[in-house]
Structure formats: structure tokens, C-alpha cells
Design a protein around this ligand. Structure first.
Ligand code: ATP
Ligand code: MG
Length: 311
């Protein structure tokens, strides 16, 4: 029995460094690059591990960079299983401009995943031992069909609650009835709903439509510094974000998903779990570059949010 299994179909090596100024045509000398294992599900597993949960990251990738990704996960003490694949994980580059603190994020295309490799990951999910939460997070390799997450969700172990955090068609087609909780941001929810969502009411209505259609049970819409709105069939609740000084927003969304799921594993009611999510998201915002939030920051911000009640 594993509490949380995360799935990353398109893992990444996150590489970050600083240049003094971003100037076209010139040689830009950078600092020594820092490397982290990345991709949605892998980041969720990294944060959940820090928060003390029992978690396993399932991912797929090959080559030298696949081995490097495995080493980086081992170094961080994240339990994981990498399925072999022909192609290497993609690269994400985070370049900070030292003079201004501006962060430039380059997201390079995902590995070409063959049909057989995609099928192998679905089969592996079908073989998983008992799991409380199956987290499907991140973009899909472009070669996989847009309903791939729906297929993975349908193969979740009996009794597992599926959490989905992705965007575009992968989200719209992924919400096909086997998902317990989705965490879109406002733009992602608008794309899934097929219309612009400006007011809080419109956002709640769009989420409720997905719930009433039986496509998902809970929608937690993240609104950056405005926190989260959690919508269920019964009602909705706004969870404010802790007030923090913004250092780098990298990893806020993945950290929020990790916090919510860890909260639910701890047996917290949904609203409290969402507060742990907001705290984990804010802790990531407090941390430099591509660093994720620390457990200490997360628990401190969570305690403050619990004390403050709802906003
Ligand atoms: N500036 C901020 N101050 C405080 N908390 C923040 C801030 N930005 C994000 N958060 C917290 O992190 C959560 C997730 O952030 P956000 O809504 O930006 O996710 P996202 O759009 O999915 O991000 P990502 O690009 O990482 O996927 C928010 O709901 C909030 O609780
Ligand atoms: Mg996100």
C-alpha cells in the first residue's frame, strides 16, 4: 500500500542558471547550472516527500538524461520507478537575469513517446498495488493522444482517488469521469469550459458544470496570490493565499497539488487540505529559482492559515 503514486509521462531535467543581462546576439556567460528532476508528477512527489508522505513517482524516460534524472531523484530520497523509453526526458531551462531578477523559462518539447511505450505506462498503472491517491500531472508527450489521462485514470487501482493537473486538451479530455480532483488555474479552467471566466461566480459556475456532468468530483481552481477556490457538488469555499514576498513562482502549482493530496492523506477535511496546498504553493514562491518550498516554511504558513479561518 502506497499513499500517493504520481505519474509523469513527460519528465524533465530542470536546468537553472543566472546571466547578468539577457542581450540578443551577445555571448551571455552564465553561472554554474543547477539541475533538478522535474515534470509535474515528479515535482508533486518531491514536495510530498518533503512533507513526510509516503509517495512513489512513476515516470518514463531513457538515455543518459533518464539515468541522470533517476540519480537526482535518488539523491533527494524520492522513491521512484522509471520505465525505460527510447527517448530522453525533455529539458526545461530557467534563466534568471541577475540585474533585474526576471526569470526566463524555456520549455522544450517532450520526448517522442511511442504508442507501445504509452501502452506500457497504462499497463503499469493497472498493476499498481493499493494506493490512496493517483496523481496525474504535467503535459503529455505530443505523440500521445489527448485522452491519455482519461485512459490512465480509468486504470487507477480500486479505491484510489485520481488527481489531475494539466492543461489544454489533455485536461478537457482527461476529465471523463474517473477523476476525483482537478487543479486548474483560471486560464486552464476557462479553456476546459470553452469560455472566458472573469468573475468568481463565472468560475464557480464553470467548475460546477464539470461536476454536474459527472466528469470530476472536486475542482480546486488556483488563482496565484488570490489563493484557491474549492468547488464541490455541495458548495464552494475560498482559501486565501498566505501573504509572502514573491521570490520565484516556479513550482507553485505542483506544490499546491502536493499539499492538497498530503493533507487528504493526513485525514484532513477538504478545506483544510486546500489550506495545506495554499501553504505549500506560497512556500515555493518564497524559495529562490527552481527550489521548491521547505517543509518548515509550509508548516508555518499552514499553521497561520488555519489560525486565520476562511477569507
Ligand atoms: N504570489 C503568491 N503569493 C502567495 N501564494 C501564492 C502566490 N502565487 C501562488 N501562490 C500559491 O500557490 C498556488 C498555486 O499557484 P498558481 O495559481 O500560480 O498555480 P499555477 O498557475 O498552476 O502555477 P504553475 O505555473 O506552477 O503550474 C496558489 O493557489 C496560491 O495558494
Ligand atoms: Mg499549474
Amino acid at each position: 500500500m502506497t499513499a500517493i503514486v504520481t505519474v509523469t509521462a513527460s519528465p524533465a531535467l530542470d536546468i537553472s542558471f543566472t546571466v547578468e543581462r539577457m542581450v540578443a546576439e551577445e555571448k551571455l556567460r552564465g553561472t554554474r547550472p543547477v539541475m533538478h528532476p522535474g515534470g509535474g508528477g515528479i515535482n508533486v512527489a518531491r514536495v510530498a516527500t518533503r512533507l513526510g508522505a509516503e509517495v512513489m513517482a512513476l515516470w518514463m524516460g531513457g538515455g543518459c538524461d533518464g539515468r541522470r534524472l533517476a540519480d537526482l531523484l535518488d539523491e533527494e530520497g524520492v522513491r521512484h520507478e522509471g520505465l525505460p523509453a527510447r527517448d530522453e526526458p525533455r529539458h526545461s531551462l530557467h534563466v534568471e537575469e541577475g540585474a533585474t531578477g526576471a526569470m526566463y523559462r524555456f520549455v522544450l518539447p517532450g520526448a517522442e513517446c511511442s504508442e507501445a511505450e504509452g501502452a506500457r505506462l497504462v499497463a503499469r498503472v493497472g498493476e499498481l498495488a493499493q494506493t490512496s491517491f493517483l496523481v496525474l500531472s504535467g503535459s503529455l508527450p505530443p505523440s500521445l493522444p489527448a485522452d491519455y489521462y482519461a485512459r490512465l485514470a480509468a486504470r487507477a487501482p480500486a479505491g484510489a482517488r485520481v488527481v489531475l493537473d494539466t492543461s489544454g486538451e489533455a485536461l478537457r479530455r482527461g476529465l471523463a469521469g474517473h477523476v476525483y480532483l482537478a487543479k486548474p488555474n483560471r486560464k486552464e479552467l476557462a479553456a476546459a469550459a470553452g469560455r472566458a471566466l472573469t468573475s468568481r461566480d463565472e468560475l464557480v459556475r464553470a467548475a460546477r458544470e464539470l461536476i454536474d456532468a459527472g466528469r470530476v468530483e472536486v475542482v480546486a481552481v488556483s488563482l496565484g496570490e488570490d489563493g484557491l477556490v474549492v468547488i464541490t457538488g455541495e458548495g464552494h469555499e475560498h482559501v486565501p493565499a498566505p501573504k509572502v514576498t514573491m521570490v520565484s513562482a516556479v513550482g507553485a502549482g505542483d506544490s499546491t497539488v502536493a499539499g492538497i493530496v498530503v493533507g487528504l492523506v493526513r485525514g484532513l477535511p477538504l478545506g483544510e487540505a486546500a489550506r495545506l496546498g495554499a501553504a505549500a504553493g506560497a512556500a515555493a514562491v518564497l524559495s529562490e529559482g527552481t527550489e521548491l518550498g521547505s517543509r518548515q516554511d509550509t508548516e508555518r504558513l499552514f499553521a497561520a492559515l488555519r489560525g486565520a479561518g476562511s477569507g
